[in-house]
Write a protein that binds this ligand. Structure first.
Ligand code: TXE
Length: 489
């Protein structure tokens, strides 16, 4: 059984209380490593290290081009350790290896390179005040110490989406990964040590939300929080942050609709809809978990959809032939099964799946790709995020009805439209309440393009220039060259 330490001030440390918790491999269901159960004492060590790095060390005053060069070295470090990072991510949260490397790891590297290039381009403005004796200009400045709190479904990606812009902006950071998948973030620290950044610029503590997350969120020297997780977790964190007026970015849950019109290309659209939820076993915030089918295509689409979904091969996430890997942890496994039972009770028709299975004798947590038809807008399955391989199929007649159903949700993270009528697609894209809208594709993303939610899916953005903006604050400076300042009275 491997035992990890946590990483702060450039050192590997043992938890103050000497306690650890086990982390399991979702494919086997067995514990494989011990993770530090950090508490407020460890948070204090990490935050003070981050504070010293920014306020007393070279980092906060570093020439931006030099800082950019260091951030670029972080990308090089990920490239040098990509195999190990992918291995541990798959072992700790069951994500398919093929989804991580080389696909996702090249994205992680690109995030560091993209923001490294931005570090010395954070230009302010000279404001035209119209008065020669006044010079007014703005500066974009870092917050100082920022906290990055991440979810278990894609720990490396979610952590680096915060690390790269936060550091390129000149902040120092304390990360806290989910207690359900902390190991790959600790392995990331090992890799990033190679870049030789000043001690305390990057820190990672591990542990539970209440014991480690809350002391981090409420620490007076933490001035910005970037949170990725559930609406419940986000609401709690935003509430705590509000008490000390901290800036917050919230990347939360979703219940994203996919609208399919009669004129959609059948096979391509079925592939796109299935690909928009099942490969990560539904464990993606932007999973297209509500399928809205126009009446004319309904029967043929459902028939083809079931045929494709039943072809999925569940199994070892390290096996390149596996279509769908395990559910990332036991608690969530039971939660998804609870949603399935609730859907049955509420009268939806189980068209396929619905069962926990043990493919090839695996002893971990697997759920078949599950499709419910005859789902109505009031059913819990149409309203609540399952975050599992469960698709809710609903029917509509008109475009207006589809739009109303799609927007009838507390969430607003993503949406998909499948139609050959591009006028209709663009018109609907402008009216859907979602931070990302896909037209005849789903799940696309890149470092340059902002990601984030409407409504209870969150606020703030990650990736692109907007992802950098969230880690900067603007200062306006006024210089007077007036020869005298007349008496005020
Ligand atoms: O969330 P949780 P999970 C969402 C996804 C789903 C959820 C699953 O939609 O809803 O994440 O992740 C910490 N004070 N996204 O179950 O429980 C906790 O320890 C401080 C959206 O992990 O909210 C963990 O590190 N911290 C996303 C983190 O919060 C607290 C993409 C998340 O935990 C805390 C991926 C507290 N009181 C998943 N309570 C997107 N939109 O991009 C919990 N935490």
């Amino acid at each position: 059984m491997q035992t990890y330490s946590y990483y702060a001030d450039g050192k590997w440390l043992e938890p103050a209380n000497g306690e650890y918790f086990e982390t399991e491999n979702p494919y086997t269901g067995e514990a494989w490593a011990q993770i530090p159960r950090c508490n407020e004492k460890d948070v204090e060590i990490a935050v003070q290290a981050a504070y010293r790095a920014h306020h007393e060390g070279p980092w906060g005053r570093m020439n931006p081009s030099e800082r950019g060069a260091m951030v670029r070295r972080l990308g090089d470090a990920v490239a040098n350790h990509a195999d190990r990072l992918a291995e541990i991510e798959t072992r700790d949260n069951g994500k398919r290896r093929v989804d991580i490397h080389p696909g996702l790891t090249s994205w992680l590297i690109d995030s560091f390179y993209y923001y490294a290039g931005m570090a010395d381009k954070l230009e302010g403005s000279v404001i035209p005040t119209g008065r020669d004796e006044i010079l007014n200009y703005t500066r974009h400045e870092p917050f100082g110490v920022v906290a990055g709190i991440t979810a278990w479904n894609s720990p490396l990606l979610i952590a680096i989406w915060k690390l790269a812009p936060a550091l390129a902006a000149g902040n120092s950071i304390v990360l806290k990964p989910s207690e359900f998948a902390s190991a790959s973030t600790l392995e990331l620290m090992k890799a990033l040590e190679e870049a030789d950044l000043p001690s305390g610029v990057i820190n990672t503590i591990t542990g539970f939300g209440a014991e480690a997350g809350e002391p981090l969120v409420t620490h007076e020297r933490v001035r910005k929080i970037s949170f990725t997780g559930s609406v419940e977790g986000g609401a709690r964190v935003a509430g705590l942050a509000a008490r000390s007026i901290k800036s917050v970015t919230m990347e939360l849950g979703g219940k994203s609709p996919q609208l399919v019109f009669d004129d959609a290309r059948l096979a391509d659209t079925v592939h796109g809809v299935c690909g928009g939820i099942f490969p990560p076993a539904g464990q993606s915030c932007i999973a297209g978990s509500r399928l809205l089918l126009q009446a004319g295509i309904y029967d043929s689409f459902v028939e083809k959809l079931l045929e494709v979904a039943k072809r999925a091969k569940l199994g070892d996430p390290n096996d390149p032939h596996t279509s769908i890997g395990p559910i990332a942890n036991k608690i969530h496994f039971d939660r998804v099964l609870g949603h399935i039972e609730c859907a049955r009770q509420s009268g939806a028709t189980l068209a396929c799946g619905g069962n926990a299975v043990n493919p090839g004798g695996a002893t971990g947590w697997f759920i078949e790709p599950t499709i419910f038809t005859d789902v109505t807008p009031q059913m819990p399955l149409a309203r609540d995020e399952v975050f599992g391989p469960v698709l809710a199929v609903m029917r509509f007649d008109t475009e207006e009805e589809a739009l109303q159903m799609a927007n009838d949700s507390n969430f607003g993270l993503a949406a998909g439209i499948w139609t050959e009528d591009h006028r209709r697609a663009l018109n609907l894209a402008n009216r859907l309440e979602a931070g990302t809208v896909y037209l005849n594709n789903y799940f696309d993303a890149c470092t340059q393009s902002p990601v984030g939610g409407y409504k209870q899916s969150g606020y703030g953005r990650e990736n692109g220039w907007e992802g950098m903006r969230d880690f900067l604050q603007t200062k306006s400076v006024w210089l007077s060259t007036a020869r005298e300042i007349p008496p005020p009275f």
